[in-house]
Design a protein around this ligand. Sequence first.
Ligand code: 5GP
Ligand code: MN
Length: 357
Amino acid sequence: MTGVAAGPADTGPAVAPPAVGPGPGEADWAAAVAAVRGLPADARVLLICHVNPDGDALGSMLGFGLGLRQLGVRRLQATFPGPPEVPEPISGLPGMDLLVPEVDADPAPELVVCFDAASESRLGGLVDRLETAGAALVLDHHASNTRFGGINLVDPRAAATSVLAEELLTRLGVTLDAAIAECLYVALTTDTGSFRFEATTPAVHELAARLLATGIRPGDISRRVFDTRPFGAVRLFGEVLCRARLEPAAAGGHGLVWTYATLDDLTRHDQRPYVLEALIDSVRCTAEADVSCVVKQVRPAEWAVSMRSKGAVDVSRVAVALGGGGHRLAAGFTGRGTVEDVVAGIRTELDKALIEA
Ligand code: 5GP
Ligand code: MN
């Protein structure tokens, strides 16, 4: 949940700016505004974010949903694929009453809006709504986004999907209130690593200022979202960090540090899988490695892999080669086999993904 987006700003070699396409043009914004304004009075709107939602996915979706509610959209649902379970740290967001389990999501809404999903595969069983809905709008900031909507507001330079959500809400005439702001603030802080990553531009701080001006309390929010975990998770982290391995020769000599956590680890410490999402932030501190990796077991031979780079390697290339996606400095994929099989695949792809300084 933490540590997505562009990686730490203070370490790693200088690298060329990412080769990313332009953000949405005026025609895209106009089409998105028209798609919402043109809805009939009793229109059904379905909001979808990516599987295993993080702060940006859920915060952007719920913040946007609360904005639509302010505009008078009443038949409104928000959902995501998979088990209807939200990580505890983001389960207290305003607008949670909009959430419905995937099975209860409207089969053919007038409008579907997708948040923070780079590709259709991130929508799981809800992907059919792109066909059955009257119109499909995509808000995202992944460079690898496939523009799978009818209308695409995709900006790879945006620090978070919430940046696009806020701009669209503003263009729709929504007034930021504290509830909307809390959702968007959680989204923004999640994806900027609390304003530490490279994507933290002046515009990001200006957006944060607009959100804080509604009266939300950043200390309370950050403690709840980033700095609170069960004691069992603290002990689990200790164990998993103890088994971390450093491979200085990997990634063309830039170094790889990695560790893994099994389902048995979770059971022994009586923890839910989401607690492992913050682990990468402890592993990526390793000074001797450019690339860091946490391999998290989700089924006996299936692993959710989180990767980070400080700038020498484009880990989204590694992730895409292995069936996943993400950003240049923060990416992930689903690995199969044993931990060793998964890490062997990563070692092989890392050397191909070196960024020319
Ligand atoms: P995290 O490591 O925090 O789960 O994810 C880092 C980044 O990689 C996020 O931007 C996320 O969208 C992307 N990502 C993580 N896992 C996957 C995956 O299995 N498939 C795809 N396409 N992207 C992923
Ligand atoms: Mn995001």
